[in-house]
Design a protein around this ligand. Structure first.
Ligand SMILES: NC(=O)C1=CN([C@@H]2O[C@H](COP(=O)(O)OP(=O)(O)OC[C@H]3O[C@@H](n4cnc5c(N)ncnc54)[C@H](OP(=O)(O)O)[C@@H]3O)[C@@H](O)[C@H]2O)[C@@H](O)CC1
Ligand SMILES: Nc1ncnc2c1ncn2[C@@H]1O[C@H](COP(=O)(O)OP(=O)(O)O)[C@@H](O)[C@H]1O
Ligand SMILES: [K+]
Length: 496
């Protein structure tokens, strides 16, 4: 699914209006979608306090307030004191709602929190039209709303958040529990500094012009089910183990055999035809007893000191590797003579960063850094938007795929496209989760998925396995090894 910028969404709204529906009808459709969602999904809500701005987001707010009032919910509407220079459609909806004697109207300064869980705060102050930080009376009221214990819902975008860029440090933003957003995810929903204001995001289809959406140019996408289904290839019946490639997971050192073990298991569970583990001898017994399906290649005593090249294989290198001098040399020697795409993670990336040998990464390879590893490799950045810009530049410069791991992991391609992932949860924030991802992506590439597809599908699979694991064990108790077991259920879901 495409992510459009605020100006593109505005253009899309206008194109939709030119091709049939009037702007006030479109606003009514948007408001109807919000009101129905609230009535169907928040059955305990008896009262709403709706905060309306002067633009079309405020117009949505007036219309939602009216529609909820018609559904027998108590409604209070809050507006700013002073000149009421509403947008045209906001004015129409303001006038309509003013006719309703049962609806209480107040200025922001008169707001008193109910602190009652049956009373919902609705933020319809600003949407994609925000063009400066909140200040004055509106900032004061949003600060007050944020400290209330009532449930909070934002229409389209939490007010104070820009659709496509960072907010300034310490600026005020409405902190929503739920954001009902129209038609498109916004980039700011995907980044940690800004996305934390959105709560749960619900996408409401308001029927914007499909031709415009199809033609719109963007570098940013959300990997949704439809995209994943178009990438996934069911396993062929007429096949043998050779059909599904050879994965070689390289890593492990004394005390850190668990990581390469998990990568190996994940590669197997993702469908790799033949799976090898290259690890030091101290891991031999552990690996052979824990993963009998994998073959062991002895690559040192307590750490890796040589890296054998095997043809027609896909290497996933890094988990638990360590940074011994001889390990470093083994990695350099390998990368100097191996020119096929590899998957590099963890200490393999740290070694390249510390020795400034990023140029050794073969073209079309995949690297899977978390933000710290990315910083070590390519330099520090001020925030995650800057980090993503730098990742786009580096992916192009080195012709590699960068899987920038985070709550919403971003797959960045050498062409500068960005695919945000929306599966996964904080139960995965535990040492070992990344090792599982390395195994999954290596396995998919060995099964002849193009690196881009392997990254997008792999990150989605990994997050989905995490969501299923959280459902069964809780975010607190789930383990990275549970992710590996849940891969099975994710494939079952995909093949339905
Ligand atoms: N047909 C459609 O288009 C549809 C649109 N829809 C809805 O419209 C929303 C976009 O509406 P919008 O373009 O009117 O902008 P909106 O976010 O309401 O801001 C309004 C104005 O506020 C001002 N302002 C900005 N920042 C400020 C600040 N910090 N403090 C104070 N004032 C500030 C600024 O005006 P200025 O003061 O700069 O003149 C700005 O123009 C969209 O998110 C969705 O909810 C849906 O109904 C579907 C159909
Ligand atoms: N809060 C979170 N929400 C979603 N996914 C997360 C979260 N925290 C971690 N993850 C995922 O778990 C993995 C952690 O990888 P990494 O930081 O390399 O840890 P490891 O030490 O296991 O290698 C990444 O794929 C990341 O996207
Ligand atoms: K809003």
């Amino acid at each position: 699914m495409k992510i459009l910028s605020a100006p593109q969404i505005k253009e899309c709204d206008q194109t939709t209006i030119r091709t049939g529906i009037s702007s006030i009808q479109l606003m009514e459709k948007a408001a109807n979608a919000c009101a129905s969602w609230i009535v169907n999904n928040m059955k305990n809500i008896k009262k709403v306090q709706v905060f309306c701005g002067k633009g079309n987001n405020g117009g949505d707010g007036f219309a939602v307030a009216r529609l909820l009032y018609e559904k027998a919910i108590d409604v209070e509407v809050y507006i700013d004191r002073g000149k009421q220079d509403f947008s045209e459609d906001a004015k129409i909806n303001y006038k309509k709602i003013r006719k309703n004697s049962g609806i209480v109207f107040k200025y922001f300064s008169k707001f008193l929190p109910d602190n009652n869980e049956n009373s919902l705060i609705i933020d319809a102050l600003f949407g994609y039209g925000l063009n400066r930080n909140l200040s004055g009376r509106v900032k004061a009221v949003v600060d007050q709303l944020n400290s209330s214990r009532q449930p909070k819902l934002a229409i389209d975008i939490p007010s104070g958040l820009y659709a496509d860029k960072m907010t300034d440090d310490n600026s005020t933003v409405f902190k929503a529990d739920i954001t009902l957003t129209f038609q498109f995810y916004k980039r700011s929903f995907m980044h940690p500094e800004t996305g934390r204001f959105c709560g749960t995001i619900e996408l409401l289809d308001i029927g914007l012009d499909q031709q415009f959406i199809d033609d719109a140019k963007t570098d940013f996408f959300v990997a949704d089910r439809q995209m994943i289904r178009s990438i996934y290839r069911p396993r062929a019946d007429f096949s043998n183990k050779g059909t599904f490639g050879k994965s070689i997971l390289v890593g492990g050192s004394y005390g850190k055999m668990g990581s390469v073990l998990m990568s190996t298991l994940a590669a197997l569970r993702t469908g790799s035809g033949l799976t090898f583990t290259m690890a030091p001898d101290c891991g031999y017994g552990i690996l052979q007893s824990q993963v009998p399906e994998a073959m062991f290649v002895n690559s040192g005593d307590n750490y890796i000191d040589k890296l054998e090249i095997q043809e027609k294989s896909v290497y996933g290198i890094g988990p638990g590797l360590g940074k011994e001098k001889l390990t470093q040399q083994a990695l350099f020697d390998f990368l100097k003579s191996y020119k096929n795409p590899v998957v590099l993670d963890a200490d393999a990336l740290n070694i390249l960063a510390e020795s400034k040998k990023q140029n050794l990464i073969p073209e079309n390879s995949v690297i899977t850094p978390h933000p710290l590893e990315f910083g070590r490799l390519f330099g520090k950045t001020h925030d995650s938007f800057e980090r993503l810009d730098l990742a786009k530049k580096k992916a192009k410069e080195h012709q590699i795929f960068i899987v920038l791991k985070d709550h919403h992991t971003a797959v960045v391609t050498p062409q500068g496209q960005v695919f945000y992932n929306i599966t996964g949860n904080s139960g995965m924030a535990k040492g070992g989760s990344g090792d599982v991802l390395t195994g999954i992506i290596t396995s998919l590439i060995s099964q002849k998925y193009e690196p881009e597809s392997a990254c997008i599908l792999g990150v989605w699979l990994h997050g989905m396995a995490g969501d299923l694991a959280a459902e069964q064990f809780s975010k607190e108790a789930m383990l990275p090894t549970d992710l590996i077991h849940k891969i099975a259920d994710v494939f079952k879901l995909l093949s339905k």
